[in-house]
Design a protein around this ligand. Sequence first.
Ligand code: NAD
Ligand code: TYD
Length: 347
Amino acid sequence: MTILVTGGAGFIGANFVLDWFKTSDEKLVTLDALTYAGNRNNLSSLDGDMRHTFVRGSIGDTALVMRLLEQHDVRAVVNFAAESHVDRSISGPAPFFETNVMGTVGLLEAARHFAGTRPGFRLLHVSTDEVYGTLERDDPPFAETNPYKPNSPYAASKASSDHVVRAYHETYRLPVLVTNCSNNYGPRQFPEKLIPLIIHNALAGKALPIYGDGLQVRDWLYVGDHCSALRRVLEAGNIGETYNVGGDNQKTNIDVVRTLCALLDQKRPRADGTSYATQITHVTDRPGHDRRYAIDARKIERELGWRPAETFEHGLSMTVDWYLDNEAWVTDVTSGAYREWVARQYG
Ligand code: NAD
Ligand code: TYD
């Protein structure tokens, strides 16, 4: 049996694929379009491993997905593939709707035709807490029953994709599962998102940009914990259900950035002996910026027994270590040379 992982060359997808083989010998096919956010080298440790197949292609290519489902006798799909960065969705929303909505429709079309021939087949759609909109300071965290109120084009595109997944379940009885997770951090995150951007800019001696007052709150989860939640939902989740996933770990952005600076001060002190915190610079706020996200993850704990294993302090320290040990990775994912290699390799 095989599972198909879409978007497996990206941040969470690559962590999921690499973690998969630590606990399973089941074959896995990665389908990834290798956009700017997808890095083929994330999976290079699996080159030559017969359990893993990498295919460059789009989830929107229904014929390709159908072929992969049939050829590999796929028992489950985990859909990570997406455009994922809020700031990019503000400067250019169209690709978000093309990939996250229409791409997902293409994938679902293949899945619904295949599912009828494959008893036990299931599709897990990986989504975000941003679909619920924003919380005021004293609001309770997002539960699965919260209404959808997306504010950014990214959140709206993910909310739309969740609705489409739900509709395929209600209309075609496609066996689906949906997870809505809070902000992830960890190794292999593209250096445009807050945590890797701050580490990268700090080491490069650049400004550490804080949007607005920096008192916006995010509920951070270590990527390995997200992956363990997804494995648990895939294995034991009830078809048609949604599970919120979070770390019960609300932090303001400024706190996160100050903690990162303190970790870097210890691990790689600045040459002039002052703190990286001196590089912090408040910049114009993001339009439509959600003030606070927080997840109520009691359902997945109660029903499936999942809980995060990592503390924020340890997870963040490991993440900083990873970026310090892998500075070439950041250069690679942001370099023209890597993009040229992708073009030569895959056309
Ligand atoms: P990412 O941007 O790092 O990776 C996305 C991957 O999808 C890339 O490898 C990219 O090449 C691939 N991709 C894009 N378009 C594709 C297409 N049409 N067909 C196939 N592959 C395509 O994103 P991420 O942070 O790893 O997020 C993965 C998923 O998890 C997304 O669906 C995102 O909405 C969701 N999510 C992310 C977070 C987070 O904090 N990063 C939190 C909750 C949910
Ligand atoms: P980000 O990593 O883009 O995730 P999301 O917008 O999906 O939550 O941003 C996390 C938080 O950090 C968000 O409140 C925006 C803020 N932020 C900054 O203050 N400066 C930055 O340079 C970036 C990229 C984000």
